[in-house]
Design a protein around this ligand. Structure first.
Ligand code: FES
Length: 238
């Protein structure tokens, strides 16, 4: 089938405003959108900028908006977003982050918010004699969903709260905080709660569920955020 890719283009160094360029591409329904982007890059316009690395839904680098919804280009099949010959697919960069070039966004602020919640295990001072921090299956299950995050930024882009409050910590950082708050081996609860228990922290989340809808890993983000909200309230005796 032949499809039309309508791609957002903008180079802040040379362009006064953004535009959409259209490319006609031959594709199979089972091809991935990433394959079509690569085709354009290799055969039609080598100046097109986008990120990709693993091409298998693991690294999270090719998150973008495809037909108005946050998706990984490597996990989105043409047939998921175009039904008939000649159909057009709209491809845009993630929202809420500055465009570096075309479909590439500057992730600095997104990553800075991760840093705030100390996204690493803070273990007890003295390691167990065995050298291993053993967890029961139940303890592991408590954090399993949150460990699936690949930092792609899809939830950050889809979040309606960030549209009106750009200082909101954002769903991805909250998921990572949850991942460690409920980890039986972690001791950083108080310092993480101090970051979350703020007007622009976890309480800014209004339960829109948009993050959950777009997460390419199927993480129940809103549920995890609410779990952490309840834990904070419990700690504060509310
Ligand atoms: Fe790694 Fe798509 S390129 S997730």
């Amino acid at each position: 089938m032949q499809i039309e890719l309508k791609i957002f283009r903008y180079n802040p160094e040379t362009d006064s405003e953004s535009r959409f360029d259209t490319y006609k591409v031959e594709a199979q329904p089972t091809d991935r959108v990433l394959d079509s982007l690569m085709h354009v890059y290799r055969n039609e316009d080598g100046s097109l900028a986008f990120r990709k690395s693993c091409a298998h839904g693991v690294c999270g680098s090719d998150a973008m908006r495809i037909n108005g919804r946050e998706r990984l280009a490597c996990k989105t099949l043409i047939k998921d977003v175009a039904e008939a010959d000649g159909d057009s697919i709209l491809i845009e960069p993630l929202r809420h982050l500055p465009v570096q070039k075309d479909l590439m966004v500057d992730q600095s602020e997104f990553l800075a918010r991760f840093k705030k919640i100390s996204p690493y295990l803070i273990p007890v001072d003295k390691a167990p004699e065995s050298g291993e921090y053993i967890q029961s299956q139940l303890q592991r299950d408590a954090i399993d969903d949150a460990t699936k995050c690949i930092n792609c930024g899809a939830c950050y882009s889809a979040c309606p709260v960030l549209e009106i409050n750009p200082d909101f910590l954002g769903p991805a950082a909250l998921v990572h905080a949850t991942r460690f708050i409920f980890d039986s081996r972690d001791t950083g609860l108080d310092e993480r709660i101090a970051v979350l228990d703020q007007p622009n922290g976890i309480w800014a989340c209004d339960n829109h569920f948009e993050c959950t809808k777009v997460c390419p890993r199927g993480i129940k983000i809103t549920k995890l955020i609410n779990m952490t909200k309840r834990e904070i309230k419990k700690r504060k005796g509310e």
